[in-house]
Ligand binder design. Structure first.
Ligand code: G3H
Ligand code: 13P
Ligand code: ZN
Length: 326
């Protein structure tokens, strides 16, 4: 099937009490690992590309790789989404290139600017007469902490979403889904060990603010909510990396049971990037440690790809609840 937008995906996810995984893609092996897992488990999936991914891989490579995956798995509903678009121009470029969904992230700007630019993107994306199709738009209220390539908010400068703003924002912009800040953050270092408590031998971070999620969904009944920064930083992969020449001290993520709880409520899209980076890196590092004589990328990247596939399969079954929902 052709690439789809997220409208029907989210309607079904909301009603079904599950979420669709939105996984960041930067190269062919990541696209393959994600879509092989989704196809085997018959799960809808969102492949998302950031501004940094476009810079690294070139937009047309990304689009063609995602279309190739869609041709390989014709039964699989796949959306191609722009992650953290930071301007109308970038969103427009992606829409014109064939993306089926975009995020305009003006959450770091004053509220009225966020409203104005999000509305501008929605007006363009939703103009079916002019575009020939409906492109779904995600926006954000509240700011997540964390640092990645093109997304950087210092810890301490983040803020939870204010539920008092959400109805006004959605009404005035016409946005299709809303990312909210309830305690998740970007990257592999979401919490400091001193913020966590030891529960059954596991460092456990402070819980997500599900009360804010519930307050938001009370004001926006039936409306799809998005969680960014939702990697769980699997300690088995961190250990493999650290035992094979890496140095990722004190990497801590979001407990998976909390994400599953959120996906049973109004959260319809859960963003995961760091976990795939960790899996890919662990596979490659372990491969080199075990086979120091190898220099064929097909050998070592394949091990990274196998980890990406295993992680996505685990997320679909244990975190998202989206198995057999394609
Ligand atoms: O939330 C951000 C994504 O993980 C993308 O990160 O800008 O380093 O590609 P990136
Ligand atoms: P993680 O860094 O937790 O994987 O978050 C990814 C994300 O939010 C992409 O938009
Ligand atoms: Zn994000």
């Amino acid at each position: 099937m052709p690439l789809v937008n997220t409208k029907e995906m989210f309607e079904k996810a909301y009603k079904g009490g599950y979420a669709v995984g939105a996984f960041n893609v930067n190269n062919m092996e990541i696209v393959q690992g994600i879509t092989e897992a989704a196809a085997e488990l018959k799960s809808p999936v969102i492949l998302q590309a950031s501004k940094g991914a476009r810079k690294y891989a070139n937009s047309s490579y990304l689009i063609h790789m995602v279309k190739a995956a869609s041709e390989n798995f014709p039964e699989l509903p796949i959306a191609l989404h722009l992650d953290h678009g930071d301007s109308f121009e970038l969103c427009k470029a992606c829409i014109d290139d064939g993306f089926t969904s975009v995020m305009i992230d003006y959450s770091g700007h004053p509220y009225e600017e966020n409203v104005a630019v999000t509305k501008q993107v929605c007006d363009y994306a939703h103009d079916v007469k002019a575009r020939g199709r409906y492109i779904t738009v995600e926006a954000e209220l509240g700011t997540l902490a964390g640092v990645e390539d093109e997304v950087a908010v210092e810890f301490g400068k983040s803020s939870y979403t204010d539920p008092n703003q959400v109805e006004d924002f959605v009404k005035r912009t016409g946005v299709d889904s809303l990312a909210i800040a309830i305690g998740t953050s970007h990257g592999a270092y979401k919490f400091k060990p001193e913020q966590c408590t030891l529960v059954n031998g596991v460092l456990t971070p402070p819980p997500l603010r599900l009360d804010i999620l519930d307050e938001v969904s009370k004001r926006l009944p039936g409306f799809p909510i998005v969680l960014h920064g939702s990697s769980s930083v699997p300690q088995e992969y961190v250990k493999i990396i650290n035992e094979n020449g890496g140095a990722l001290p004190n990497a801590i993520g979001i407990p998976e049971n909390e994400l599953r709880e959120a996906s049973k409520r109004a959260v319809c899209k859960i963003n995961i990037d760091s976990d795939l980076r960790l899996g890919l890196t662990a596979g490659i590092r372990q491969h080199f440690a075990e086979h120091p004589d190898h220099f064929d990328p097909r050998q070592y990247i394949a091990d990274g790809r196998a980890n990406v596939k295993a992680i996505v399969a685990h997320k679909i079954k244990e975190v998202l609840g989206s198995e057999n929902k394609a």
